[in-house]
Design a binder for this molecule. Structure first.
Ligand code: ADP
Ligand code: MG
Length: 373
């Protein structure tokens, strides 16, 4: 996958910009609050349909503006153009090669990237929701069906939660309606958990290799990381889809009174987690901070490797201020791993020799200055 070019209008603090990227490492360079992350955010948004830091689309429009646009040109087997247009009070519009896209699942996965930001370094120690988000993002880019199921799941969950809340006052038609939503929820839960389970198994493979290589540089350890998807159904893995669905259904029906009391759905894939261990012990409790960082980096690198395995080519790596957060050995390793792929990264200062041939793009006050060197 190759990111050729991005054109922005009124996106965050960028009034208008057109930036071309080259093979290998591209560095967005500038001091704080100039718009480096904004640019990366725009590229990421053209990949996943949503920002990694804005809660609302309206935040993406430049202050005082009522519209904004992103146009991304990328090449997989051929050159393509993705356009996203935002206008105040309207649904955003997406076009790929001038064809209107109405479903997010038709857009996600066209331009594939792997994003590393400093928050990812706490993937191991962080809340389960962060690890679920990792899975959701990664799998959605590879399997449009996953995103379809996830979107349905979230809608059903909302409906079912509303029903549970209202049941505290009125139970007249409750039983029938809730069993309809439980059935629907269990159906999607089974699909999603199967995808997550098999993705987790793939991550584990690559993660073990990455972690072992990193340990060579950071201090030898023979401990082997493992990673298992922990479904709230506590099922043994590799059951068929129907069995998995029945397990979720049973959990939902057996705990209905508790759920009514809580006013929310207590079981399902929105409660699941990835269990990451090092030498058989829970990494979030027992691994050192350095080991946790190595594990988190391995997770992200594994995401790139799986994407390549599935699609035949590496995704574009987007790094937001990650290198400056890492110690020398981990930084060296990460650069070594990704420098022959396309990388677009932000930084305040360049301090490593490894960037010798990088394409440097200076960002100042929302404007791009291409340096001639
Ligand atoms: N919707 C917006 N309109 C205009 N400016 C914005 C908007 N959202 C954020 N900004 C500005 O963008 C700047 C931060 O840009 P950012 O890309 O995060 O900086 P950095 O170069 O440090 O990565 C801040 O000055 C912020 O005020
Ligand atoms: Mg930034």
């Amino acid at each position: 996958m190759f990111c050729n070019k991005i054109e922005l209008k009124n996106f965050r603090n960028i009034e208008e910009a057109s930036v071309e990227f080259t093979d290998g490492v591209n560095i967005l360079l500038g001091s704080n609050a100039q718009g480096k992350t904004n640019l990366l955010e725009a590229i990421y948004t053209a990949s996943t349909g949503k920002s990694f830091r804005a809660a609302k689309e309206a935040e993406l429009m430049r202050f005082g503006c009522d519209h904004a646009s992103i146009a991304l040109e990328f090449t997989d087997t051929r050159r393509q153009r993705m356009e996203i247009k935002y206008a105040a009070g309207k649904r955003r519009q997406i076009e790929i090669n001038q064809n209107k896209i109405t479903r997010l699942s038709d857009m996600v996965g066209r331009f594939r990237c792997v994003l590393f930001c400093p928050e990812h370094l706490s993937l191991i120690k962080g809340a389960p929701a962060e690890r679920r988000a990792f899975l959701d993002e990664a799998i959605s880019q590879l399997r449009p069906m996953y995103l379809v199921s996830l979107t349905k799941y979230e809608k059903i969950l909302k409906q079912r939660n509303t029903l549970l809340r209202n049941a505290q006052d009125d139970r007249s038609t409750f039983t029938e309606t809730v069993s309809y939503w439980s059935e629907a929820l269990a159906h999607e839960a089974a699909i999603l958990s199967r995808f997550r389970e098999s993705y987790a198994a793939q991550v584990q493979n690559f993660m073990q290799t990455c972690f072992a290589q990193m340990s060579e540089k950071t201090g030898k350890t023979d401990e082997v990381p493992t990673l298992v998807y922990k479904g709230s159904s506590e099922q043994e893995s590799y059951q068929d889809l129907n069995e998995t669905k029945e397990i979720y259904k049973r959990l939902l029906s057996q705990n209905l009174e508790r759920e009514i009391y809580a006013g929310t759905t207590l079981y399902g894939v929105h409660k699941d987690d990835l269990e990451i261990c090092l030498g058989g012990k829970a990494a979030r409790q027992f691994a050192s901070q350095g080991q946790q960082r190595s594990l988190a980096l391995s997770l992200k690198l594994a995401e790139g490797e799986i994407s390549r395995k599935e699609s035949g080519e590496y995704p574009v790596f987007l790094l937001d201020d990650v290198l400056s957060e890492l110690d020398f050995a981990r930084r060296e390793y990460l650069i070594e791993e990704i420098k022959d792929k396309q990388v677009i990264m932000t930084t305040c200062e360049i301090r490593d020799e490894a960037y010798g041939s990088a394409n440097i793009i200076r960002v100042r006050d929302g404007r791009i200055e291409r340096t001639e060197e």
